[in-house]
Write a protein that binds this ligand. Structure first.
Ligand code: BG6
Length: 484
C-alpha cells in the first residue's frame, strides 16, 4: 500500500541532517525516487525563517554535491521543505506539527537527535495527536550504552510505536556492498556450498579509519570503540557473513537469522579475555605525511588520562554447526594507517599438495571491500603462462567492481538506501530490538571482563595498524592480518 508521506526530521540543523539526510533526500529526488507528494518538515529549536533555512540547505548541498548539483532538481526539492521551530521539551509547541500535517498522510519521524530526546519527543507527538497506526519512527544510534539502558530506550519508544513501525538505523546496512553480501552468498550456489567450517579457515573483518574522534572527545570518551563500532556495525557485518540463509529476503526472515547468529556468538569473559580481546588507544603519530595528535591531546580532552579504547581487536567463535572452530577476527580503530572496511574470507589449504611450487600452497581468499573501491576480489592460483617452465604457478585475482558500467554511474550513500526503505515501509535493512539486545548482551560480558580484570588500553601510534598485541592475537594462531 503506498500512501502519501510527510517526513519530519527532528534535529534538522544538526550535523547528521546536513551531511547525510538532506543530501540523501536530494539524491533520491534527483533519481526520481521520491513521490511528487512527499513533504519534509525540518524541525529544530532555533527561531528561523523557513526560506532562510531552505536557502542554507541549498548552499550546503551546492557546496558538497559538486557535479551532482542540478538547478532544476533543487527548484523541485526545495518546495518540499518547511522549517518548523519546536523546542523538543515544550509539549505545546508540537501542535504546530499537527497543524502542518494532514491526517490522510503517513508521518515518518526521523530522530536525528541525542537519544535522551527520544522519550520526550515521542510523548509530545502522541499527545499532539500525531501518532497513529501508520506513523513510523526512525532511531539513530546509540540505542543505550549497555543491555539495561537499551531496554529503557526501546521500552520508552515502544509505549508509542509498535516494533513494526520502529526503524533502527545501522548505516552499514545501507551500504551497497553489505546488501551485495546477500547476493554473493545466496545467489551463487558455488559460493554458498563452500561457506562453512569444512572449507573456510578463518574470517577477518576490518573497519579502519584514519579520522580521530572529530571533536567529539567528551561524547566518545564515555563510549569507546567497542560501543561505537563493534556493537553495531561490525556485528551487523558479522551477521551478514555468517547467518544462515533466510527463507526469503524479507525483514522478519533476515532479522530472525541475525538474532540466531548473535546468540550463537561465544562470549568473551574473564576466562578468555586475555587471549581473545585487545584494547588500544592512539598516541601521536603520522598519517599521510602529516603529524597527528594522540587521543589525550585531542581538542576537548578534559582529563589527565583516559582508559577509553579507540581500537579493538577480537577473536570470536560462533557456536553452531556451520562455524564451529572457525575464528572470526574483528578489528576496528581510529587514526589507523588507512581508511578501509573489508571482510576477508580465507579458505583452507588443499588436503594434499601435488605441486612442487610453493604458490600452490597459497590459500584462496575472498576479499569483500566495503570502502574504498567497493567490490569483491577472489584470489586464485593459476598456471604461469610460460614455455620455459614446465608447470609453474602464480597467484591471480578475479575482480568484481561494484561500480558497474551498466548500472548507476555512482554508488549511492547508505542513507539514500535507508531513507528509501523507510519511505517504502520496508524494515529489511533495519535492526530489530532482539538484535540490539543480543549484541549488547555480548558486549556487556566483554566490558565486564575488562572492568573486572582492570584491562588497560595498549598504546599505538596514529598511522599504524593498532597495538602490537593485535598482531600477537592473530599470529599466535599462525595467521596474520590481511593488509591492503
Ligand atoms: C559511526 C561512528 O557510526 O560510524 C563513527 O559513530 C565512525 O565514530 C563512523 O567514524 C564510520 O562510518 P563509515 O561509514 O565512515 O565507515
Amino acid at each position: 500500500m503506498s500512501s502519501k508521506i510527510d517526513l519530519v526530521i527532528f534535529g534538522a540543523r544538526g550535523d547528521l541532517s546536513r551531511r547525510k539526510l538532506f543530501p540523501a533526500l536530494y539524491q533520491l529526488d534527483k533519481a526520481e525516487l521520491l513521490d511528487s507528494s512527499l513533504r519534509i518538515a525540518a524541525v529544530a529549536r532555533q527561531e528561523l525563517d523557513s526560506t532562510v533555512f531552505v536557502e542554507q540547505i541549498g548552499e550546503i548541498l551546492k557546496a558538497n554535491l559538486g557535479d551532482d548539483w542540478d538547478d532544476q532538481v533543487w527548484a523541485r526539492f526545495r518546495k518540499r521543505i518547511d522549517y518548523i521551530r519546536i523546542d523538543f521539551a515544550e509539549k505545546k509547541q508540537f501542535s504546530s506539527l499537527k497543524d502542518w500535517s494532514n491526517e490522510k498522510r503517513t508521518m515518518i519521524f526521523y530522530m536525528a537527535t541525542p537519544p535522551s530526546m527520544f522519550g520526550p519527543i515521542c510523548k509530545h507527538l502522541n499527545e499532539a495527536g500525531c501518532v497513529d497506526k501508520n506513523a513510523r519512527i526512525v532511531l539513530e544510534k546509540p540505542i543505550g550504552h549497555d543491555l539495561e539502558s537499551s531496554k529503557e530506550v526501546n521500552d520508552t519508544v515502544g509505549q508509542y510505536f509498535t516494533e513494526r513501525s520502529i526503524y533502527r538505523i545501522d548505516h552499514y546496512l545501507g551500504k551497497e556492498t553489505v546488501q551485495n553480501l546477500l547476493a554473493l552468498r545466496f545467489a551463487n550456489r558455488m559460493i554458498h556450498s563452500q561457506w562453512d567450517n569444512s572449507c573456510i579457515d578463518h574470517v577477518q573483518i576490518t573497519a579502519a579509519e584514519t579520522v580521530g574522534i572529530e571533536g567529539r572527545w567528551s561524547y566518545y570518551d564515555k563510549v569507546g570503540q567497542l560501543r561505537d563500532m563493534v556493537q553495531n556495525h561490525l556485528f551487523q557485518l558479522l551477521c551478514m557473513v555468517a547467518m544462515e540463509p533466510p527463507n526469503k529476503v524479507e525483514a522478519d526472515e533476515i532479522r530472525a537469522e541475525k538474532v540466531k547468529l548473535l546468540r550463537a556468538m561465544n562470549p568473551i569473559n574473564q576466562q578468555n579475555v586475555d587471549d581473545q580481546a585487545v584494547r588500544g588507544q592512539y598516541a601521536a603519530g603520522w598519517i599521510s605525511g602529516e603529524p597527528v595528535a594522540g587521543y589525550m591531546e585531542e581538542e576537548g580532552s578534559a582529563a589527565d588520562s583516559s582508559n577509553t579504547e579507540t581500537f579493538v581487536a577480537l577473536k570470536v567463535f560462533v557456536d553452531n554447526w556451520r562455524w564451529a572452530g572457525v575464528p572470526f577476527y574483528l578489528r576496528t580503530g581510529k587514526r589507523m594507517k588507512e581508511k578501509v572496511t573489508q571482510i576477508v574470507i580465507t579458505y583452507k589449504d588443499n588436503p594434499h599438495a601435488i605441486f612442487a611450487d610453493d604458490d600452490a600452497e597459497a590459500n584462496n581468499r575472498l576479499v569483500i571491500r566495503l570502502q574504498p573501491n567497493e567490490g569483491i576480489q577472489l584470489e586464485m592460483v593459476s598456471k604461469k603462462q610460460s614455455m620455459k617452465e614446465r608447470l609453474s604457478l602464480e597467484k591471480r585475482t578475479l575482480n568484481l567492481d561494484f561500480l558497474d558500467p551498466q548500472g548507476d554511474d555512482r554508488i549511492a550513500d547508505a542513507y539514500e538506501r535507508l531513507l528509501l526503505e523507510v519511505i517504502n515501509g520496508d524494515q529489511w535493512l533495519f535492526v530489530s530490538r532482539d538484535e540490539i539486545e543480543a549484541s549488547w548482551q555480548w558486549c556487556d560480558d566483554l566490558l565486564e571482563a575488562w572492568a573486572d580484570k582492570k584491562v588497560g588500553t595498549k598504546p599505538y601510534s596514529a598511522g599504524s595498524w593498532g597495538p602490537s598485541k593485535a598482531e600477537v592475537l592473530i599470529e599466535n594462531d599462525g595467521r596474520s592480518w590481511y593488509e591492503v
